[in-house]
Design a protein around this ligand. Structure first.
Ligand code: ADP
Ligand code: MG
Length: 220
């Protein structure tokens, strides 16, 4: 009976922490088809799933073109972290910067920075899809500085690191951000076809990148 009660409590806790993490979807790592994306080192991802990177305070940076599973992997690792008892928070770069910009205008920046600095694991998805203005870049840098060497993060981007100067509209800030992020980090470089186009590719409706020459993001 006691065992059942503890188990229920744990699953209730996990459900609560999953809701608090604000994940865009719930897909465990077991649903990820590694065979479809051979550029991903399955063993490396399985090592990350043990959550040692969280204990070490390491960041995980997932790079690759759209549809290759960056968000899926970030969510799956987030779920592993939740299962291991950590508090996780998911946000997109665009949302994070919008929230921090609003808080800055309302004089509540410190309060909001705390919201993103406190969870043990912060996932920032989709760096690079939308341009970031000077204030946004500055606020993003402040958050990265707060979490530096204390709070591990998972970040995803469709842009190679050398393009982050353009993403943040400022080479100096981008370098300062990357300097902190990469000090303790594992980078997963996904090169492959979009999973979203899997069935179309299979049916031969569109061509794969292989017969198109260099693919977008191939220089990552
Ligand atoms: P990205 O963030 O790189 O643009 P997503 O992670 O959103 O791509 O993946 C797009 C969709 O395809 C999602 O529904 C995701 O679950 C699914 N998906 C992507 N890669 C895989 C994979 N290797 N195995 C299973 N599902 C995948
Ligand atoms: Mg995504």
């Amino acid at each position: 009976m006691l065992g059942e009660e503890v188990a229920a409590k744990t699953s209730k806790n996990i459900a609560m922490r999953t809701a608090m993490a604000r994940l865009p979807f719930v897909k465990p790592l077991e649903t990820f088809e590694f065979d479809y994306q051979p550029s991903i080192d399955r063993k490396q991802v399985q090592a990350l799933a043990s959550c040692h990177f969280i204990e070490h305070g390491d960041n995980v940076i997932v790079l690759g073109p759209p549809g290759v599973g960056k968000t899926h992997l970030a969510v799956s690792l987030g779920l592993k972290a939740i299962g291991n008892g950590y508090r996780v928070l998911f946000t997109t770069a665009a949302n994070l910067i919008a929230v921090l910009t609003r808080a800055h205008a309302e004089g509540r920046l410190d309060e909001k920075l705390k919201v993103y600095a406190t969870p043990r694991l912060l996932i920032i998805d989709e760096i690079g899809y939308l341009p970031i203005d000077r204030l946004g870049a500055n606020l993003f840098f402040q958050l990265i500085s707060r979490r530096y060497e204390r709070g591990p993060m998972i970040l995803t981007s469709n842009q190679s690191f050398c393009a982050w100067g353009d993403v943040f509209g400022d080479r100096v800030i981008a370098t300062a951000i990357l300097d902190r992020l990469l000090h303790h980090a594992v980078t997963l470089n996904i090169r492959g076809n979009s999973y979203r186009l899997k069935d179309k590719l299979k049916a031969g409706l569109i061509r794969t990148h292989d017969n198109e020459g260099p693919q977008p993001g191939g220089e990552i």
